[in-house]
Every structure is written in structure tokens, then in C-alpha cells.
Write a protein that binds this ligand. Sequence first.
Ligand SMILES: NC(=O)c1ccc[n+]([C@@H]2O[C@H](COP(=O)([O-])OP(=O)(O)OC[C@H]3O[C@@H](n4cnc5c(N)ncnc54)[C@H](OP(=O)(O)O)[C@@H]3O)[C@@H](O)[C@H]2O)c1
Length: 264
Amino acid sequence: MKRLALITGGSSGIGEAFAEVFAAEGFDIVITARREDRLRAVQSRLQQRYGSRVELIVEDLERPDAPARLCAELEARGLTIDALVNNAGYGVPGAYLASSWDVHARFLQIMVTAVAELTYRLLPGMVERQYGRIINVASLAGLVPSPAGHTLYAASKAFLIKFSESLSHEVRGDGVLVTALCPGFTYSEFHDVTGTRAMMNRMPGWMWMSAPAVARRGYDAVMAGESVVVPGRLNAAIATLVRILPQRLVTGLGRRIGRAYRKA
Ligand SMILES: NC(=O)c1ccc[n+]([C@@H]2O[C@H](COP(=O)([O-])OP(=O)(O)OC[C@H]3O[C@@H](n4cnc5c(N)ncnc54)[C@H](OP(=O)(O)O)[C@@H]3O)[C@@H](O)[C@H]2O)c1
């Protein structure tokens, strides 16, 4: 029987690319997101191209009861998850006080709580079967100093990195490998959803990666047991520089770059 991968946010961008990589590697797939039409399009493409079984579950992960409901639905369909990709997400642009608490609370629910809860609910089965792969899609933003704005975004991604590191130590001996994937700028619908596309179009093309390249790096990293991975040479160089340069210099640089590109 084929192994089964659950990918959140499988209706576009990096999540859709992950569904394709796992299918190409011989997994059956469960994709979840809110847009059913988009999930169906991914489902039929992967079924045709790879002959995979592709299940879809429509769910809004901003809802506090969503992870429990999603897991109940998996159980009802008799689906046992071997690999989990916590990928669904977005950014809330602007300053912290510019959005209502309700907006922030929903953001934290999908970016932090849903990831922790889905992992918590699916991990026991992986440990029991002595096989599991978990990829938490974090961001380079979780590793570099944060400029003003998108205030909870980098914080939520830093959470995922630390969470993944600890968990990977805890469960490695049980055959479960955990990776925080930290992409830099990646072509997807992300910047359309946050309304920052016009600003981001001013960034040079060499700063961007494709979603399939990012997903491939994430897949290879989790299979190799890397607990944190930064895809792409440029992004990896940035992450290394941030680690080795003096903190004050890096923080100042981050502030200036943030200001410059928001004005551009
Ligand atoms: N693009 C980048 O430059 C970049 C860089 C670093 C990290 N990331 C991270 O990569 C991940 C994927 O983003 P992406 O770049 O692929 O953007 P994207 O193309 O906008 O994809 C986001 C995915 O999340 C799903 N999603 C959003 N809100 C949801 C909700 N309330 N409930 C369930 N699913 C929801 C969307 O599906 P529906 O709209 O159909 O629900 C979609 O499938 C995010 O965690 C993001 O933070 C992106």
C-alpha cells in the first residue's frame, strides 16, 4: 500500500507544488484548503499524471475546531497519515495596530495553533507505526531580523522553526523526521492575497524561487532528516550571514532594507 501525505494549503503555490512532489515520489495525497474548485483541479491533474489516489477535504484552518474536524474526517474515511505538510498560510500586511484583534487571532490560529494541533493529533499514529515525515513551512523571515509591519508573520515563522527543531529531537528515534522549511521570496499567490504584489514586483527576479523548486528542497530535506532547511543559494547565504555578522549590524541593515523597499 502507498504511503499517504496530508498537505494543508494544497490549492495553490507551495502546497500545490508539495502535492505534486509527494505524488511523483509515490505517495497518495490528501489536500485541504478552502477553495474546492482549486483542490479539484489539483486532484484531477495528479490523478492523471501520477495515478495517485488524491482525496480532498475542504476546511478553513482559521476556525479553532478545524484541526479536530479534519482529523475526524480522515478517520471516518479510513485514512492514515504518514507525512504531514503544514503549509497553509498568508500574511497580514501593515502595522500591528492597523488590524483588528479578530484578524490577528485568526492569523495566529492558522499559522501557529493549527500547526501545533494537527501535528499533535497525527504524531501518535506516526510514532506507533515508527514512520512519519513532518514539514512545517516556515520562512526565511523567521531567521532574519524583522522590519516594521507584518508584525506577527516573522514571529509565527520563528515559532515554527523552534517547534520543528525541538520536535525533531524528540521523535527522531521513533522514525519520525521533522523539518522546518524556510523559503525566501517564492512565486505563488501569497503576495496577491496580502495585496503586496505591486511592491514585490519591484524586487529583482534573481531573488525569487519557483514553488516546485522550494517544495522539492523541502521534500529532500525531510527525507534526509534535516531539521531546518533554507532553500536556494541566495537565501542560504542570507541565513548564514545573519548568523555570523554582529547582531546590531544585522538589525540595522534589516531596518534600512525594510524601509527602503516599502518606499520603493
Ligand atoms: N510565497 C512566499 O514568498 C513565501 C515565502 C516564505 C514562506 N511562505 C509560506 O508558504 C506557505 C504557502 O504560501 P504560498 O506562498 O504557497 O501562498 P499561496 O499561493 O497564497 O497559498 C496559500 C495556501 O494556504 C491556503 N489557505 C489560506 N488561508 C487558509 C485558511 N483559512 N484555511 C485553509 N487554507 C488556507 C490557501 O488555500 P485557500 O485559499 O483555497 O484556502 C492556499 O492553498 C505559507 O505558510 C507562507 O507563509 C511563502
